[in-house]
Design a binder for this molecule. Structure first.
Ligand SMILES: [Zn+2]
Length: 189
């Protein structure tokens, strides 16, 4: 179901604002989803889904949370990172790519939404609580940087760049039992 413009005109104003800033002209539909597993996502057809319950929870009281999620999804759209099966299944080899994409959508999304560091910090803390105080390792397992890392990275980097990506990847491998640690200790001979 399309998100009603009369109910949340701000959502559509933000979308127009993002399109003007990025000169991204294609028409984008905002559609509700009842899927509990997602707060927001891009669809295979290049539209944006927002979870209905989540949108209603924050839109009146803390709209910056929704503005950030909308901007995050918008960055995925302009980067052509649409919903696809690879991401849904998330094979191990694809994880670092997803981490990069998510970090970029967070850093550039915060900038696109025009949030100050303090406002961005507040959105991440509210999301962290809303998602059940998820720890970094659990976020990594799902292929995402944690909310606390988002704060750290967005304050340090004004826009996403390779340095930010590699800093995250180093931390990911340092703390995971993933591919870099899967090899046994080298025997001396
Ligand atoms: Zn994302």
């Amino acid at each position: 179901m399309k998100i009603p413009n009369q109910k949340y005109p701000e959502l559509y104003q933000w979308l127009t604002e993002f399109q003007e800033k990025t000169k991204f002209k294609r028409k984008i539909k905002l559609i509700y989803t009842n899927d509990k597993g997602v707060l927001g996502r891009t669809t295979a057809l290049g539209n944006i889904n927002l979870q209905k319950k989540f949108t209603e929870r924050f839109m009146d009281s803390q709209p910056n949370v929704i503005k950030f999620i909308l901007a995050h999804e918008f960055i995925h759209l302009i980067q052509e990172e649409l919903f696809n099966l690879y991401r849904a299944i998330l094979p191990k080899c694809y994880k670092p790519v997803v981490l990069f994409q998510e970090l970029r959508a967070n850093i550039n999304g915060a900038a696109l939404a025009g949030l100050s560091n303090e406002e961005f910090r507040e959105t991440q803390i509210l999301l962290w609580i809303y998602e059940g105080n998820m720890r970094k390792q659990l976020a990594y397992e799902r292929g995402y940087p944690s909310r606390m890392q988002n704060i750290k990275f967005a304050c340090k980097y004004n826009r996403y760049n390779d340095e930010a990506g590699y800093e995250l990847l180093n931390d990911y491998y340092a703390g995971s039992s993933g591919p870099m640690k899967s090899i046994g200790p080298t025997k001396s001979f």
